[in-house]
Ligand binder design. Structure first.
Ligand code: NIG
Ligand code: FE
Length: 415
């Protein structure tokens, strides 16, 4: 027997719906009607009685729960569209080395960097990998993240990539937040393939179908840069993804302009991510293919980069900009979505509203999802009730977490 969906009212709220054309999609005295996992109506509280009677007449059901939010701020649930949550170990020592002058590239070329995390990931047990990633996901959830993307990329063999992706999938099964998995096997060259990058790409293309057949892959990503894979190698990974009907994304133009964004756009990429070295032709190609520009201020900050992504051009060309944590042990060891909103404003000069759209509606788009990211009829009932007055505060407080009541698919998450 299936339990009937709950019909609930959330009223006396200040809504930043991010829907419609007005700033923030602001509704000063708002309410929402939620049926099961879906918002059936969001709007001014003055219209609630009418909406309620329409719904009750149409469904023959009664209201199961009414939540008076006492004038609190409600936004869509946050979408963290780029993370590497599954890995073993940490790289604090490399942070020290970089502070003493070594560059991220120097450390990678000397066999540290991603490779050192690969070694720690391979020796971690399944349980340790899962438990550590689960704890990180719980931290994000408690801070308002209702959908998270999790990449592989620290296993770098068929066996270890599968272990990482299984851990990621399981997180979506045990926590109420939604998980999208991305296969990033083309992240770095594992030591057993030294000097044989093309052979490694062959191996990646060969193991991808099995990972996909096991239901572990929602999208395919690669790291296209001078310390990682060439555009030609990236193209081969994308061709393998295309053969399986999988969408692609790309770590593009992070450390240099390799033309990765244009290549990804040719494959209709969902997103290109990082983009500090993105040029005008890359922006044009992304615009033509509807590719989302995912900006990662945490990595920019932590690697002490000085070259900014071409924000003005992205804005002028109307590309959707998303913001994510890029949580990983090497370039962005943060689990604070709101700190990323702050950095998107202070470092990248986004407006607080652009930053919030970047971690809601545009973050969802970067994952190919149009059913979330706004408070509007038909959207998944993923939202956060904040202990704040105005949504601009989400990007304002630095290193402080306001209280957050998190609702995933219509159900309030209990800590
Ligand atoms: O998104 N750029 C490549 N990948 C990660 C960093 C990986 C690492 O250093 O462990 C990123 O920044
Ligand atoms: Fe990344």
């Amino acid at each position: 027997m299936t339990t009937p969906a709950t019909l609930s009212v959330w009223r006396n709220a200040r809504l930043a719906t991010l829907a419609g054309g007005s700033p923030w999609g602001w509704v000063a005295h708002g309410a929402m009607l939620v049926d099961g996992d879906t918002i059936v109506w969001a709007g001014p509280e003055a219209q609630l009685a009418e909406q309620l009677s329409l719904t009750i007449r149409a469904t023959g059901r009664a209201i199961d729960a009414e939540h008076d939010l006492g004038g609190a701020l409600v936004t869509p649930g946050l979408v963290d569209c780029h993370t590497h949550l599954v890995y073993g170990g940490q790289r604090a020592r490399e942070f020290e080395l970089r502070l003493h002058g070594a560059s991220y590239e120097d450390i990678a070329r000397a066999g540290g960097g991603i490779r050192s995390t690969v070694a720690a990931t391979r020796t971690a047990s399944d349980a340790a990998l899962f438990d550590s990633a689960l704890a990180r996901a719980r931290t994000l959830l408690a801070q308002g993240v209702t959908t998270v993307e999790i990449k592989s990329g620290y296993g770098l063999s068929a066996e270890h990539e599968a272990r990482c992706l299984r851990a990621a999938r399981r997180i979506g099964q045990v926590l109420p937040l939604a998980v999208k998995t991305t296969c990033l096997s083309a992240h770095a060259l594992p030591p057993e393939f030294d000097g044989r990058a093309d052979d490694y790409i062959d191996a990646v293309c060969a193991w991808l179908p099995a990972l996909h057949a096991e239901g572990l892959v929602d999208a395919v990503d690669a790291f296209c840069d001078h310390i990682a894979f060439s555009p030609a190698q990236t193209r081969r990974v994308f061709q393998a993804a295309r053969r399986l009907g999988l969408p692609v994304k790309l770590h593009a133009e992070q450390l240099s302009d390799q033309g990765g964004a244009a290549l990804a756009a040719e494959f209709g990429a969902l997103s290109c991510d990082h983009l500090e070295h993105l040029g005008a032709s890359g922006v044009g190609a992304m615009r033509a293919s509807g590719t989302v520009a995912v900006l990662l201020p945490g990595a920019y900050y932590f690697l002490r980069e000085t070259k900014l992504p071409p924000i003005a051009l992205l804005r002028e060309q109307g590309l959707p900009m998303a913001i994510a944590t890029d949580h990983n042990p090497g370039s962005s060891p943060t689990l604070s979505p709101l700190l990323m909103l702050n950095m998107a404003c202070t470092l990248f000069r986004l407006t607080p509203e652009e930053a919030l759209r970047g971690m809601t509606v545009n973050g969802a788009l970067a994952l190919g999802l149009v059913d979330r990211g706004r408070l509007a009829a038909g959207q998944r009932a993923d939202f956060v009730v904040w202990g704040l007055e105005h949504p601009n505060e989400l990007a304002y407080w630095v290193g402080q977490q306001p209280s957050a009541r998190v609702v995933c698919a219509g159900r309030e998450v209990t800590a």
